[in-house]
Design a protein around this ligand. Structure first.
Ligand SMILES: [Zn+2]
Length: 345
């Protein structure tokens, strides 16, 4: 698989003639749009739509092109999961049914032994294209599922392989958000790659939040107009080494306002309100009548779920003061990917 090159003038014509959905239909395939002189200056690379239901980055690119925004820096926009995004109902599918998550396919050494898998091939095509450009920086724009604030994510694994420092990564993040997470979790995400430049994921906010589109567009403008400067967030809140909390495979999940019999884990329907909040110990977050460690696990062998949560009379509580984030109420995504991340505070 390769990425189709769309000429900048063509992309602008599409953006002016169509809304973001029809614009994407015209693009048709995984593609990239280059503008500025990428041969004399290293471009900024903006990737988006690695997940077909996370649309803020696409909307931002569409609106910048439509409004004739001028860029001080050369830039390459890469738009990835076009067919997943366009599958009805549109902008609802993280990836096509039966396929693996594209943002878990980067840098995997198992690629050669996998039977040909279109997601691995697309991930490789995106990586190869980025390498060709020798970029100045890479920003991968996503949304969290549901509702929540914007934040940037930096992967320790990328920093440790890079000649750039952690501060270079944090400087890049500061164009997008005042909140930065530095993670040691390796999932095969694009941000874990080393392109010999700083790379971040920007979670522009929830797919349901209208301001997410604004955050994505404003972040791109802040980054691309660095010659004008003065548009960075100061005093960044940096959270390190979050852990993932996952539901074990065989169990069922629902978001609700009360205990539902026959469902193994019922999480509060308003749990998204805890996103990035300091959540004290003994906060009620749901219901279960299962043993905590039988039901839940973290991504760390060293941390049992029962160290962080407990149940009493079928009510599920936090055991420690924690900050949770990337909380979703999309049960399908939560059950297959993760319920949320947390740091102890
Ligand atoms: Zn995503």
């Amino acid at each position: 698989m390769h990425l189709t090159r769309i000429e900048f003038t063509t992309a602008k014509e599409f953006a002016k003639a169509y809304n973001h959905l029809d614009f994407l239909k015209r693009l048709g395939n995984p593609c990239y749009i280059e503008t500025g002189d990428c041969r004399s200056r290293a471009p900024v690379i903006i990737t988006t739509l690695l997940h077909g239901n996370e649309v803020s980055g696409l909307k931002a690119i569409h609106s910048l092109l439509r409004d004739d925004f001028t860029f001080d820096n050369p830039v390459v926009f890469i738009i990835a999961s076009v067919s997943a995004a366009l599958t009805e109902p549109v902008f609802m599918h993280r990836m096509l049914k039966g396929q693996v998550d594209l943002n878990r396919c980067f840098g995997k050494t198992t690629v050669a032994t996998e039977k040909p898998n279109p997601q691995f091939i697309l991930a490789k095509a995106i990586s190869d294209l980025i390498v060709q450009y020798q970029p100045k920086s890479v920003v991968d724009i996503h949304n969290t599922s549901g509702s929540g604030p914007a934040f940037a994510v930096i992967a320790e694994s990328s920093i440790s392989n890079s000649s750039n420092t952690k501060d270079d990564y944090i400087d890049l993040a500061s164009h997008f958000s005042e909140r930065v997470i530095v993670t040691d979790i390796c999932l095969g995400a694009l941000m874990e790659m080393d392109f010999n430049c700083p790379i971040i994921t920007f979670e522009a906010g929830g797919t349901l939040d209208s301001q997410s589109d604004y955050h994505a567009e404003q972040g791109i403008i802040n980054l691309l107009n660095t010659d004008k400067d003065g548009n960075k967030f100061g005093n960044l809140d940096v959270l390190s080494c979050p852990r993932r909390v996952m539901l074990k495979q065989q169990y069922t999940l629902i978001y609700t306002s009360e205990l539902v019999n026959d469902i193994d884990l019922c999480l509060r329907g308003d749990i998204e309100h805890f996103n990035f909040a300091h959540t004290p110990a003994h906060t009620h977050i749901g219901w279960t009548n299962k043993d905590i460690d039988a039901l839940l696990k973290t991504d760390s062998e060293a941390i049992k779920a029962s160290e962080i949560f407990y149940s009493e009379n079928d009510m599920l509580y936090t055991k420690k003061q924690i900050m949770m984030f990337m909380i979703t109420t999309r049960a399908d995504i939560a059950a297959t990917d993760c319920l949320f991340y947390f740091v102890e505070t």
